[in-house]
Design a protein around this ligand. Structure first.
Ligand SMILES: Nc1ncnc2c1ncn2[C@@H]1O[C@H](COP(=O)(O)OP(=O)(O)OP(=O)(O)O)[C@@H](O)[C@H]1O
Ligand SMILES: [Mg+2]
Length: 596
């Protein structure tokens, strides 16, 4: 074979002109000054905001935080004591990311995904950026599935839906963490993946939480991200975003429901303030930087109920694997048709599916995930109008407000019913709960008002006294010990019994015992009612009749006892070395029960 010289030349020329240098250039800078968890670095003129940097000698990572004219302000994600002036810093060209995936479940990790539980490395090949864009309106759909907390007072009066953001706010030691942890414990059979993010908490407190979760079997579906109070501020600041990214993996890539607990955001705000002041960003109200609102809003906006996407597929298609482009009907350009959200789905069901006999409408497996956020905020002396509390209240879809007075009076969880709200969760409540809880909030508010009167010692008419008696019993029913979340059907049963007056004759001190024995009775001897209610999810007249009959049958079987479950739980706590709290029956205004 003969070559023509000019042909070879032209091929070579083309190759040369198409040659792209494969060598990657990375900028290198030098540390100008370092201290308090931050460093100022010279020479990284191309660095992006939020870019991950590496201190070459110590292998510690940093985050480009402030891009200034001659230098870059870097927050150091790790030990900064070792870093010295003049050290080399490399840009990585990537935004900060954390390992995500199944391997993290059951683990306790730091905000960069490094294990803290001594159980070996976290083996995963998947990563997600710590900061990511929140889904837009078109990608979301309204909240419609409940996230059962297992706490009677919350599921009845401030219900939470999957994808909602519900703030838990209260002074120190009012049971904020307890509510969040009980909610995680209650997800055992719901398939929700939970991420508990401890920010600025005492290590001993977090260790206790992890132990509690482990004992309850909740670590099987929970990731704990920990940035304790001794962790440098940069990691405390990054922790909630990192934990959120770990949950997002399950929401976006597996279409699963997830729950993030941020315990607590006031500590994160303080860490952010510290960093910002060190970086000489101008202080604003309460010395927080001007963008503290944005720091919290961009975090909480990432919680969402993603729109479900539906496609029409052959009747024998595997529902667990259905993908975006499996639709049998096609757009003119060849793409499969996808129906997005409940409206489209209904349309498809009614008008499209009938055109395809032998087909079914199936949800795309990775669509429709959700991320529910439970941020916690600690207030000082009940001051909800301070800067950070008002910010977070305005970002979330409702708040559960905890009162130290109630807590000390033994009303636990110490939820202040009057100012706690859930703005969207009601839509997700199961119908049976809606039916029984409808008037509960009003009744309790009325009761509190009357109670104030009753304390004046005036003679009360019969109707008022009856209302008061009912109130005392409802307050008693809404009490619940820690680590004992209830099934939603049990919640409906006991609230029904209380609000229909079946406990009016039971002495207030015996209400807890009555509840315990009644629920056992329903499980053991009236399992059919329980099952039917769980199935129909609503109190049909027929089920209601059977329930009434069951309660009437139970009444004579009730054995008064001096030990309710709450007291037992407290006794146990007392021996476990936790400060013993006053017994519910001894303390507090609401406890000045009428004589029986
Ligand atoms: N429902 C409950 N029944 C009995 N005890 C409870 C209940 N909820 C919380 N406690 C107890 O109250 C104490 C404080 O609870 P917790 O740590 O949850 O409060 P917190 O508001 O998170 O406190 P901190 O401000 O320290 O974070 C704990 O000892 C806990 O065991
Ligand atoms: Mg706490």
């Amino acid at each position: 074979m003969r070559f023509k010289a000019d042909e070879i030349a032209s091929v070579l020329e083309r190759e040369i002109s198409q040659y792209r240098e494969q060598v990657q250039a990375r900028e290198v800078g030098r540390v100008l000054e370092v201290g308090d968890g931050i460093a100022r670095v010279y020479g990284l003129s191309q660095a992006m905001a939020g870019e991950m940097l590496e201190f070459t000698r110590t292998k510690v990572r940093g985050l480009a935080f402030n891009l200034e004219e001659n230098s870059v302000g870097v927050i150091i994600l790790g030990e900064y004591q070792e870093i010295a002036e003049g050290d080399e810093v490399r840009a990585t060209g990537a935004l900060l990311q954390v390992p995500v995936g199944e391997a993290l479940i059951g683990r306790v990790v730091d905000p960069l995904g490094k294990p803290l539980d001594g159980k070996g490395p976290v083996v995963t090949s998947q990563y997600r950026p710590v900061e990511s864009r929140a889904p837009g309106v078109a990608e979301r759909q309204p909240v419609d599935v409940p996230l059962q907390t297992g706490i009677k007072a919350i599921d009845a009066m401030t219900p939470i839906g999957r994808g909602q953001r519900e703030l838990i706010i209260g002074d120190r030691k009012t049971g904020k963490t307890a509510i969040a942890v009980d909610t995680i414990v209650n997800q055992r059979d719901s398939g929700v993946i939970c991420v508990y993010i401890a920010i600025g908490q005492k290590e001993s407190t977090t260790a206790k939480v992890v132990e509690g979760l482990r004992n309850a079997g909740a670590m099987d579906y929970t990731i704990v991200v920990m940035a304790g109070s001794s962790t440098p501020a940069p990691l405390q600041y990054v922790a909630p975003y990192a934990g959120c990214a770990m949950a997002e993996y399950f929401m976006y890539e597996q279409g699963r429901d997830t729950l993030c607990v941020y315990d607590d955001l006031s500590k994160q705000a303080a860490a952010y303030r510290q960093l910002s002041l060190l970086m000489r960003r101008p202080p604003g109200r309460e010395a927080y930087p001007g963008d503290i609102f944005y720091a919290h809003s961009r975090l909480l906006e990432r919680s969402a109920k993603l729109a479900e996407r539906w496609v029409i597929v052959h009747a024998d298609a595997d529902e667990k694997k259905v993908g975006e482009d499996w639709g049998v009907n096609r757009h003119p350009d060849g793409r499969g048709v996808v129906y997005v959200g409940p409206h489209d789905k209904e349309h498809a069901q009614k008008h499209e599916l009938p055109n395809y006999p032998g087909h079914k409408l199936v949800k795309v497996a990775t669509s429709g995930g959700s991320l529910t956020a439970l941020p916690l905020i600690e207030t000082l002396e009940g001051e909800v109008s301070a800067y950070i509390p008002t910010n977070v209240i305005s970002i979330t879809d409702g708040q559960i407000y905890l009162q130290p007075d109630l807590f000390n009076a033994g009303i636990r969880p110490a939820i202040d019913v009057g100012i706690s709200v859930s703005r969207v969760g009601g839509k997700a409540q199961i119908p049976a709960m809606k039916q029984v809880a409808g008037s509960l909030r009003l009744d309790l508010a009325n009761f509190r008002e009357l109670e104030a009167f009753a304390q004046l010692g005036t003679e009360l008419d019969k109707a008022t006294q009856a209302q008061l008696d009912r109130g005392y019993r409802m307050v008693e029913i809404l009490k619940q010990p820690q680590y004992q979340p209830l099934n939603v059907v049990d919640e409906v049963l006991i609230i029904y019994a209380g609000s229909k007056g079946f406990l009016d004759k039971v002495p207030v001190k015996q209400v807890q015992a009555w509840e315990e024995q009644f629920l056992r009775f329903m499980h053991e001897q009236r399992a059919d009612v329980h099952k039917d209610l769980a199935q129909s999810r609503r109190l049909t007249p027929e089920i209601e009749e059977r329930l009434k009959a069951a309660i009437t049958a139970f009444q004579p079987q009730f054995k008064p006892t001096s030990e309710g479950p709450l007291r037992r739980a407290e006794k146990k706590e007392g021996t476990a070395g936790v400060a013993a709290q006053p017994l519910p029956a001894q303390a507090g205004a609401a406890q000045k029960a009428p004589a029986h």
